[in-house]
Design a protein. Sequence first.
Length: 336
Amino acid sequence: MLNVGVIGCGGMGRDHISRLTNKIQGAQVVAVCDVFEESAKKAASICNAKVYTDEKLLINDPDVDAVFIVSPGFAHVEALLEAIQAGKRIFCEKPLCTTAEDCLKVVQAEVASGKHLIQLGFMRRYDVGYAKVKEALLSGEYGEPLMLHCTHRNPEVGTNYNTPMAVHDTAIHEIDVLHWLVDDEYESAQVIMPRVTKYSHSELKDPQIMLLRTKKGVCIDVEVFVNCKFGYDINCEVVCEDGAIKMPMATVYPTIRKNASVSTTIDTDCFVRFKDAYDAEVQAWVDDAAKGEINGPNAWDGYLAAITADALVKAQQTGAIEKINAAVEKPDFYNK
Ligand code: ISE
């Protein structure tokens, strides 16, 4: 049984605590931590765990085998560095850290520790739809990927959601899953701003078309439209030399004919659309612990996501093609 300590007891934290307690096999939550004691106590009642308000005490608690970080992104770096120092296995919700500089510190600390400790919470890699596309690409039957056409649409967002968040909160998922899908790294980024929807406001350019080019020359377009009104609509098509592969939906809804029209269902949020992917990523982390392994998105993927996001945010402002350059070579450690 893997004894897990969870840091961060907000909505997402409680969701992961319920998942670890009620769905995941082979793990239990033994400690929870939040700077707000009331939040920690509320979360502890789900799993009957010890309550901490200081994450360092949770991380160094000998009863805690593995640390699950779900605190706000800006707080990840300190928890990650402390957990690496303690030699604990880590699951960290995305983003790894909010700046590329901090991501690099974490990468360097993990490399120095000599052990793979971190799995990053980019859950789309565990979605059945993306997995089917990956499988088709790996079969070699369709040749090399050349272009990807993707949409990331939300029905609506809160009024505090602004232009850079279209990258940091939303396109960040494509940034990770698409380079994994085509097994490549990004070279440059550009953002095209179409006419703004009447449902937006002065701080948010919506929709946006984000363009990414990989080192092998694959061109990717992602329509990010967060006030599309009609649903949570995620699509991905990979055009290859010998065929085009469209991602299937994880849940298939019936097509209904009524009153001289045909209709089907579109999900309305990510927790429904990617519900199985969230469960699968955490179950994989727990199963891998039993085998002494860590797989899935790693700290280097977190660093790549951060530098790509920085280039896209810059491109939102300049309208130019922005280069994406890692400050260091990929450590060999992450090729293993
Ligand atoms: C949210 O944080 C997510 O992770 C969703 O997948 C994304 O669609 C949404 O735009 C984000 O705000």
